[in-house]
Write a protein that binds this ligand. Structure first.
Ligand code: TYD
Length: 136
C-alpha cells in the first residue's frame, strides 16, 4: 500500500437552484462498507490533527464545510491534498501516515471509516510506523 493507492473520489451530486445534494452509499460510492462516521469541527486556526497511521482501517475524508489540507505519507513519498468541496472525498487506504492542517475557520472534516474505533489499529509513533513498513 502506497500513497498511490489513495485518491480523490467525486461523489454524486444532484444540483438544483434550491441547493445541491450529495449522497454516499457504503460499498457503492466508497470502496468499503461504512461502519463509523466521525467529524472534526471547531478546529482552532493553526491546529494540526491526525499524526498517525492505521493498520487496517480504510477512510474517506471529506471537507463538508470550509477547507483543510491532508498530507499523506507512506514512508517513502508524501503528497499534500487540499480539500474544499463537499462532493469530493479523499480515499485513504491502510498503512498510510496522515496529517491534517491548514483548517479554515468554521471548517468541518467528516470521515467515513470501514470499522469501529479501535486504538489497537493505530500507529501513533512515526518511527514505529516506519519499522512496521520495513523502512527502518
Ligand atoms: P484521533 O484519531 O487521534 O484524532 P485525530 O486523528 O483527528 O487527531 O482521536 C482523538 C481522540 O478521540 C482519541 O482519544 C480517540 C478518540 N476517538 C474515539 O473515541 N472514537 C473515534 O471514532 C475517533 C476517531 C477518536
Amino acid at each position: 500500500m502506497s500513497i498511490h493507492d489513495c485518491y480523490l473520489l467525486d461523489l454524486p451530486q444532484i444540483t438544483n437552484p434550491r441547493g445541491n445534494l450529495t449522497f454516499i452509499e457504503g460499498g457503492v460510492h466508497v470502496p468499503f462498507e461504512i461502519r463509523r462516521v466521525y467529524y472534526l469541527y471547531d478546529v482552532p486556526g493553526g491546529a494540526e490533527r491526525g499524526g498517525h497511521a492505521h493498520k487496517a482501517l480504510q477512510q474517506l475524508i471529506i471537507a463538508m464545510s470550509g477547507s483543510f489540507d491532508v498530507v499523506l505519507d507512506d514512508g517513502r513519498e508524501k503528497r499534500r491534498f487540499h480539500l474544499n468541496r463537499s462532493y469530493t472525498g479523499l480515499y485513504v487506504c491502510p498503512m498510510i501516515w496522515r496529517e491534517l492542517d491548514n483548517f479554515s475557520s468554521g471548517s468541518v472534516c467528516m470521515v467515513l471509516a470501514s470499522n469501529l474505533y479501535d486504538e489497537g489499529d493505530y500507529y501513533r509513533n512515526y518511527q514505529d510506523y516506519l519499522r512496521a513498513r520495513g523502512l527502518r
